[in-house]
Design a protein around this ligand. Structure first.
Ligand SMILES: C[S@@+](CC[C@H](N)C(=O)[O-])C[C@H]1O[C@@H](n2cnc3c(N)ncnc32)[C@H](O)[C@@H]1O
Length: 250
């Protein structure tokens, strides 16, 4: 497939949900060694009430509930992005999960409501709210995107960027403590990401739009052409994502 065909294909893939199976053979990303979904299944099996924040299409929550030996009596989930909420609603309603269309910020739950609050790759954690809705002794389990994730990719497109600490594990730990949570586990991983064609890069940047804010094919046409040439010469474009696992108790 030629450059413009790959761009058009990358732009035409539907964006809702967080099922990444479209990328098979065209891009790959190593998995963190701790196995978040299995860990969530184990934690879910230990509680009677839980809430998954920013559940996306509900894919991970649904899988984890299926694996949990014992299903919590009350399971809630939040999703604020309408296309994802529609996907999550279809997936989670048959499992008895109450989906709330909440955007970032205030959580529409009473205090001390949940024994477990989980969130994978939250865009933003409302730490005070997490602490408020957790029952004393309750647990927050989250896998987060770390600082400078996919730096090679976004710097290839945007040029050198100042590293910020907004997504650093140190900042997350400080926020958790500020809100009265005790951090009981923190693990970090750097994972290899490979893109085998520029269409996969276009789809990735459209699906995860905060990697290159304001990304459009037209706006980055020259850089995408460079990237296409790079892949033609090297067989792939390699980048590295960063992830950390944080567990905290109230
Ligand atoms: C990165 S997603 C993670 C979803 C899920 N927890 C998972 O791990 O698959 C986190 C949040 O990003 C938001 N989001 C996803 N796509 C978006 C888009 N195109 N524009 C704005 N927000 C988006 C959604 O609200 C979603 O809950």
């Amino acid at each position: 497939m030629g450059f413009h065909q790959l761009l058009a294909e990358g732009e035409s893939v539907p964006l809702e949900g967080f099922d990444f199976s479209w990328f098979a053979e065209r891009a790959s990303e190593e998995r963190p060694p701790w196995g978040y979904a299995s860990l969530l299944a184990r934690r879910a099996g230990e509680v009677g009430t839980m809430c998954d924040l920013e559940t996306g299409g509900g894919e991970v929550l649904a899988w984890s509930l299926g694996e949990a030996g014992h299903r919590p009596e009350t399971v809630a989930a939040t999703e604020g992005h309408a296309p994802n909420a529609a996907v999550a609603g279809r997936r989670l309603a048959p499992l008895g999960v109450g989906l709330v269309r909440a955007a970032d910020g205030d959580l529409p739950f009473k205090g001390d409501a949940f024994e477990l609050v989980s969130s994978r790759h939250p865009v933003e954690v409302a730490w005070e709210e997490v602490a408020r809705v957790l029952r004393p002794g309750g647990r927050f389990l989250s896998q987060m995107v770390g600082a400078a994730s996919n730096r090679e990719l976004y710097e290839f497109l945007m040029g050198p960027q100042q590293p910020g600490d907004a997504r650093s594990p140190e900042r997350a730990v400080a926020e958790a403590r500020r809100c009265g949570l005790e951090v009981v586990d923190l693990r970090q991983a750097t994972l290899e990401v490979r893109f085998y064609d520029v269409g996969a890069v276009v789809h990735f940047l459209s699906k995860v739009p905060w990697t290159v804010p304001g990304f459009t094919v037209e706006g980055y046409l020259d850089r995408l052409a460079e990237l296409h040439d790079h892949i033609a010469r090297n067989g792939r474009f390699v980048s590295h994502s960063t992830r950390f696992l944080l567990e905290a108790t109230k």
